[in-house]
Design a protein around this ligand. Sequence first.
Ligand code: ADP
Ligand code: ZN
Ligand code: ZN
Length: 807
Amino acid sequence: MAEEGNPYCDVSVPVPVDRSFTYELPVTLRHRVQVGCRVLVPFGSRKLTGVVLRLHSETPAQSARSVLKLLDAEPALDEELLRLARWIAEYYCAPLGEVLRGMLPLSGETRRTTLYDLTEAGRDVARQLIVKPETDAALQVLSLLQDRQRSAEYLAAKVAGAKPALRGLVKRGWVIAEEKHEGKDPLRLPAEKLQAEFLRRPELDIKLKKPERELLAFLELHPGQHNLAVLGETIKRASEAARALARRELIKLEIEQVSVASGFERPVPQLNTDQQTACASVDEALKSGQFKAFLLQGVTGSGKTEVYLRSIETALDLGKNALLLVPEIALTPAMAGQFFHRFGKQVAILHSAFGDAERADQWRRIRRGQARVVVGTRSGVFAPVQALGLVIVDEEHDGSYKQQDTPRYHGRDVALMRAKEANAVAILGSATPSVESRYNADQGKYTMLRMPERIAKRPLPQVEIVDMRVEFLETKKQSTFSRKLVEEMEQRLAQGEQTMLLLNRRGFSSFVVCRSCGERLQCTNCSVVLTHHRRDRRMLCHYCGYAEKIPEECPKCGSDFIQFLGTGSERVEDELHQVLPVARIARLDRDSASGKGSFERILHAFRNGEIDILVGTQMIAKGHDIPNVTLVGVVLADIGLSMPDFRAAERSFQLLTQAAGRAGRGDVPGRVIVQTLNPDHYAIRFASEQDYEGFYRKEIEFRKWLRYPPFAAFANVVVRAEKQEEALRKATELGYLLEPAAEGVRVMGPAEAPVPRLKNEFRYQILLKAAKRTVLRELLNKLRRYAGQEGWSATALVIDVDPISLM
Ligand code: ADP
Ligand code: ZN
Ligand code: ZN
């Protein structure tokens, strides 16, 4: 007989252990399964989706269970990506199975739910329940599962104490859990993300509510797709009505696709000298076919995008393909438009706003080599680009490249690794490179490409610092805007020019305090204060989303001397209306732009000159190129500086410099007003002088003295538990394991984390600094092994290698 195919496969499943598991392949699958395919396998009492790592005929020592289902006809991950996964798992001390899960297409797009079902034994037990149980949670769960599978959320909503009851039932083998990946349900998404379209008229006997009738009539009269949030501006309760109509299949509701804006086609410009020099170096590297990394340090408005575009052209001419990563917020239709304009159908855009089908389609086009230029955010680094020749990371300093969940990888560093493996060229671009990247360039690891001037020799904006302490002394008033800033805004208004105002804090007031007893209103789940959101009429936790009513009296002492203190972007907007009543003002932050559509709409209106002043959080500081903005105001530069984090200065410097860089990108020179209480802080001073070199020299000196990255390998270990004693005990145990400190290693902690309680969990922290990365990795793995031996839950130990935030 011909080859029979291997009877066994090793599968990596998303569980926190460092090994794969051997399964038997049913005869029917043996010829179809390939390394890199996804399979559904039984695991303990669950069914999990794993990735096949190896096919073989070695009979395992213990009898192997059978693969249940093959999920891919062709491998979801190729050899190159599997190698990259192994590197990530090792470097970030993360379980391979969890790394692989994060790399799979659509992983960000699907909701993971756990479905529970009865086992045979469980069915027997349930059958014996004669009366409907009313008290015991376990019995109630069994009874609910009798008709069909139920999700964890459903059970939790129906039965008090469902979670521990389920754990018990699973342990006894009566209930089995299965992880399900579901596509997003359009009916659950916010209005901004949805498009409504007329389908048909209802049958005569169906009674519709008034808003439903109105909406249906409108859609019938206006054929085509309409954004639901926009409809909501004219039709009352449109969002609710649309969902009801969609359930009756009278209209169609679809997730809004990222639109590609037209009208941003710019003529292909003649490169200036700096651009030419940069492109020439990249071209040479591309032709050599060897790995090489560049740091493109170009001031804001120096034309970095054009260098990317030209380099991609060169790569394509050489028969190679290109991958460009951008920060989440920068991937706007305007940006996509530029790429489509230049490369047409060869471009694939990977964006979280795409629907599942669309995203899967992009993925296939990339793998088949039909899409040769891939533009994506962080997880785009895993796109299956073939014949990769060029990898670009735009705004490489941006914090959104770091994933804040296991595996906690940094998209920039993974991109570099990927380029290296593929013998490709890497370009990291920024006006304010991260301290690490700049240091690497100084050490000769990257080649520097400099573009110190703006296009057309436009001047960098002039920055003026306003000391708000002096302002207070002189005006005897605690005001949000200095006289200077108001005067400048008035001037712009008179000249028909635009202003951007940055305040890096959402909400109206940042905290609420009782004047009588000093109580500050705190989140019930976290040890942080609640922020007052006036428009939503509620107090909101920015960490976990907990919300409550605005208090009329102090919850502690009952006094009504309640004060709302601290300024957020909402208040800035309100006060601005009072100061400049004629100005057209809009706000851009996570509250006002909760859907992709509205973010783009506000930005579009601003670009079109329908708004005079745009108030916003860091969202407005990044990337936007709007020529008529001639004034940027920073309302309070100090927010962020006081964070207990060694990167606080660097982040503030970057934010201020990037914000200033939004001004004066057209023909009129720009001006920047920075209001601060710390005018002497070096981050603020160097940012106001737009002096990256000065900042870097000072910062790198600090890092060297204190042995912070890049002078040491650094990791943050967090222990979490619902009970404080448990978190403390576990952290202490890890502390003992790290004693005595290995050579060249410094252990700080265990200590309370800067936010000691978060989302209902107590948190303790250990910081590790090591002269050698290998030593650090050994220590971290020792901690992980210990947690495994002791049977800690998967979420109890968090390891963050190269953390960018210690909060
Ligand atoms: P950066 O990303 O470095 O801040 P951009 O890439 O946004 O800068 O470029 C700033 C502006 O200059 C853009 O409007 C771009 O189209 C334009 N531009 C880029 N290169 C040239 C050039 N060589 N000649 C004229 N305009 C250019
Ligand atoms: Zn009180
Ligand atoms: Zn909270």
